[in-house]
Design a protein around this ligand. Structure first.
Ligand code: ADP
Length: 252
């Protein structure tokens, strides 16, 4: 892959910039339009919420942001790269280095411990064995789960599994975190804990978080709140906009 653009050009652009993206699915009856020209920006050190009724296309949008789905039309830039012009292997490399996912269903690996669940993405990213254990411990302690380090993941409660899923998305230190209802299965206390952790990360680490949520209290902690309805995305408010930052950490 070519080297990342220089800091001065990044300083002017948001971390994530989606422009006029449309997507339609196809079934036997024809095309089903889901996204009809949506645009969103998320800056460095920002957290954005996407809200909207069930079936409006939130997961579709998140899949596009995660390079898991190619939209029918539009452009998507992040960390200074024009991501839809990359080939599949370049996109996979970008995803591996720069994007962390927290899915609605936790998708923990069966018959493994918490440690192994967090180690897997580190092995995949080529992190040396000696670095893995301290990183896993540090990430687990941030979500209050260090005491479960060697616990079988299938014996955890639903809320604990959700926090392992959050930790697993963070352990690679991605600059883009995409979360589909990351607090959906958590009680208020652990929901606050996960949001505290996201907030601390966005403040300290020059990352962007995009999360889908139905919870107004979660959305209230985000800098931007977008509403998706009838294929269109509207921004309700922008809170405390932070100055753009030029730091590249994951070096896409
Ligand atoms: P949300 O996350 O807001 O609930 P989704 O993005 O999952 O919405 O889905 C948006 C619409 O697209 C829904 O009507 C859903 O049935 C449809 N849809 C999602 N994935 C597919 C697919 N792979 N093929 C066809 N239709 C799909």
């Amino acid at each position: 892959m070519s080297s990342p653009p220089s800091a001065p050009s990044l300083a002017k652009s948001p971390l994530i910039e989606v422009s006029e993206v449309s997507h339609e699915y196809h079934n036997g009856a024809g095309a089903i339009p889901v996204l009809k020209g949506v645009s969103l920006t998320v800056g460095y050190n920002e957290m954005a919420a996407v809200m909207g009724p069930s079936g409006c296309g939130k997961s579709t949008l998140l899949s596009i942001l995660g390079l898991l789905l190619v939209p029918s039309r539009g452009s998507y830039r992040a960390l200074g790269r024009d991501l839809l012009t990359l080939n599949r292997s370049q996109q996979a490399e970008f995803r591996r280095k720069c994007i962390g996912f927290v899915f609605q269903s936790c998708n923990l690996i069966e018959n493994t411990t918490v440690y192994e669940n967090l180690e897997f993405p580190l092995i995949y990213a080529g992190v040396r064995r000696s670095e893995r254990a301290p990183r896993i411990r540090e990430t687990l302690s941030r979500v209050n789960l260090l005491h479960r380090l060697h616990h079988p993941s299938n014996l955890l409660s639903g809320g604990e599994q959700q926090r392992v899923a959050v930790a697993r998305a963070l352990v690679n230190r991605p600059q883009i975190i995409l979360a589909d209802e990351p607090t959906g299965q958590l009680d208020r206390e652990h929901s606050q804990l996960v949001m505290d952790h996201f907030q601390q990360l966005v403040e300290e680490e020059n990352i962007a978080v995009v999360l889908v949520t139905h919870d107004p209290q979660v959305a209230a902690r985000c800098h931007r709140v977008y509403f998706l309805e009838d294929g269109l995305l509207t921004s309700e408010r922008t809170l405390n906009p932070l100055p753009p930052h030029s730091s590249l950490r994951c070096n896409p």
